[in-house]
Unconditional design. Structure first.
Length: 627
């Protein structure tokens, strides 16, 4: 399969021709996630990837996880096709150990099994960029950031009062998808708003090749808004929100012996999530002292219907609430020195009701928790070459007491495009309310803690036209929470180590290519067994050819090695790897653009998770209006 892709890539490259061009160095990109303030990536000492809005548009990405799968260190698990339960693992971490933000609004589901975001419902619309920060980040972001942070930043404001971007597309599996987004600036107001609707009849969540003909459809309606009112020269008000309402068919009919194969059923899920944010920004002392006061709330409602193993319609409902207050201060006493500090408090509440027609009583659970956090971080650059960052955080959890996290990072710019970086970080995550209080909960669970470090080298050549990087990382986690049988339990200690390699090249003024490879070893140090669903090797590549400013072609490849999917005792059940390739292109004229793509170009047949199906070759086409 990879050979097919390389032949395709070679053909595109031969057509490209052209004169070498000078590309912008990605290390000069300004990011905000690593330090919660604007910083050049080369000075953060962190491993961070950036997916720009233009990249997402070029890839024609519908579900954000499809683009995340092309970034280093990330493995995506999807139980079937579009809209099915989807999780990500950053450097071998659990999905609930990754914090997901949309315009600063936390979209991690407080009713989820491990507080993870419902990533299968996060669709691409009006995104300016996505920053993926890898490694323990609890010092600045608190609980849920052991693995890293995914920060989705939408477009807001602009050079005109109104800019429109709308698209409509359709294709395989009776899929149709509509996006509409507007942004602009008018007087003292900057805004960005977006809406999307997607419908697909989908594929069978259980692998069709195992005799499962029933399709499991998916529908998703979503809204986002991001408003800023400049009340005065140094005071502004932010209002932001994120909403999704999704319904997905699901297969919960499974065998009774390992590895518990999945078969067709009439089950389906509904997921609704609303996150809102209100904040006031105040700049003092000629802009050298920045203050942010914010309140945010997330509400989630999940319901499960028509279980194969029951006779009643509604089988389970879970409701979660999280209310959070934040203060952050940033002091800039000198151009190369910055102090960031803040305080946060969050209260979460959870209700779970499991309806079982075969028992006399319903299984009902509820609980709540409060956590207060205080943090400070200082960053300074010496001799315009060495940037040092240090931080500390103190968390006080109602259920589990206090915990202190520290962080240290360094980046040294040798000149001539050579940057050496290293960092160390702690992580802390309390058990989710579902893990504690649901029908499968275990009140005796201990919180997860992690200690991670990394070191790497980035090198730019030919005035930034070529860039390569290599990073070694290691993270040890104590009391990792896992599930077996009918309850959650703590794994004494686990370890994840690996190497990430990245390369980008602007080979001509019309042709560019990027690639990355991750080698990961994640294991339970108590048993010596590999952690499930952590592939040892992942590789991805993208290529883009733009012979004219108004049209272009591209291709992408994603290859994942085999992995242990699940265990029965110490018996491992492995899942084979897979390699998929996509082809995409667009043509622009005036304000309009037509585009098309082929997903799974070579019609690879595989199971993303054991006994779950994956779409075969699929074709989509659409039209976009921008003005």
């Amino acid at each position: 399969m990879r050979c097919h892709f390389l032949l395709l890539l070679s053909a595109v490259a031969i057509c490209a021709g052209g004169i070498p061009a000078y590309a912008d160095d990605p290390m000069e990109a300004v990011v905000v996630t690593a330090t919660r303030t604007e910083q050049p990536l080369a000075r953060t000492g962190e491993s961070e990837s950036v997916l720009t809005g233009s990249t997402l548009q070029s890839l024609q990405t519908v579900s954000l996880t499809d683009a995340l799968a092309l970034t280093p260190g990330i493995a995506v698990d999807q139980a079937g096709g579009l809209g099915q339960p989807t999780t990500i693992s950053i450097r071998g971490a659990e999905t609930g150990q990754t914090l997901v933000l949309i315009d600063g609004v936390r979209v991690n589901d407080p009713s989820g099994t491990d507080d993870g975001a419902v990533l299968g419902d996060v669709l691409v619309n009006n995104i300016d960029r996505v920053e993926i920060l890898r490694g323990p980040q609890s010092t600045l972001y608190g609980s849920d950031a052991i693995g890293g942070v995914v920060n989705i930043i939408s477009k807001r404001g602009g050079d005109s009062p109104f800019a429109l971007d709308a698209s409509a597309e359709g294709g395989s599996f009776d899929t149709y998808h509509f996006n509409a987004a507007a942004n602009g600036s008018a007087g003292d107001f900057d805004y960005g708003v977006a809406a999307n609707y997607l419908h697909s009849n989908g594929i069978s969540a259980a692998d069709k090749r195992n005799g499962n003909p029933e399709t499991d459809g998916y529908g998703n309606f979503g809204l986002t808004e991001n408003l800023r009112w400049h009340i005065a020269g140094n005071v502004s008000l932010d209002l932001r929100s994120y909403y999704t309402n999704a319904r997905s068919g699901f297969d919960d009919n499974s065998g009774f012996v390992p590895p518990y194969p999945v078969f067709d059923s009439g089950a389906y899920n509904t997921d609704r999530l609303l996150s809102v944010y209100g904040g006031v920004n105040i700049d003092l002392f000629d802009g050298q002292f920045h203050n942010r006061f914010a309140v945010m709330q997330t509400r989630s409602d999940r319901e499960f219907y028509n279980s194969f193993f029951d006779t009643i319609h509604l089988n389970d409902l879970d409701k979660g609430r999280a209310t959070r207050f934040e203060y952050q201060g940033v002091i800039d006493p000198a151009p190369d020195f910055q102090l960031t500090f803040g305080a946060e408090t969050q209260r979460t509440a959870f209700v779970s009701d499991f309806f079982d027609s075969f028992s006399a009583f319903d299984s009902f659970g509820k609980g709540h928790d409060t956590i207060n956090g205080y943090y400070a971080e200082v960053q300074g650059t010496l001799f315009d070459a060495l940037t040092l960052t240090g931080g500390v955080r103190y968390d006080d959890n109602q259920q589990f007491g206090h915990h202190t996290s520290v962080k240290a990072a360094a980046a040294y710019d040798f000149g001539e495009g050579t940057v050496l970086h290293a960092n160390y970080g702690d992580g802390f995550k309390a058990p989710s309310l579902y893990e504690l209080f649901s029908q499968f909960g275990n009140p005796a669970l201990a919180p997860e803690t992690a200690h991670g470090w990394e070191a790497g080298l980035d090198q730019s050549l030919l005035d930034g036209r070529l860039r390569g990087g290599i990073t070694y990382f290691e993270r040890r986690t104590s009391d990792l929470i896992d599930f077996a049988g009918i309850s959650y339990f703590n794994v004494a200690q686990s370890r994840a180590t690996g190497v990430e390699v990245e390369a980008t090249a602007a080979l001509t003024d019309t042709f560019s290519i990027s690639a990355n490879y991750t080698n990961l070893e994640a294991k339970d140090l108590t048993t010596g067994l590999a952690l499930s669903r952590r592939p040892r090797n992942t590789f991805s590549a993208t290529a883009n050819w733009m012979p004219q400013s108004n049209w272009g072609l591209g291709a992408s490849l994603n290859a994942v090695s085999g992995e242990v999917d699940q265990y029965s005792g110490t018996t491992a059940f492995a899942n084979g790897g897979h390699t998929t390739a996509n082809l995409f292109g667009h043509y622009d004229f005036d304000r309009w653009s037509i585009y098309a793509r082929i997903e799974n170009l070579f019609d690879a047949r595989y199971e993303p998770l054991l006994s779950y199906g994956a779409p075969g070759r699929a074709v989509y086409a659409g039209i976009r209006l921008s003005e």
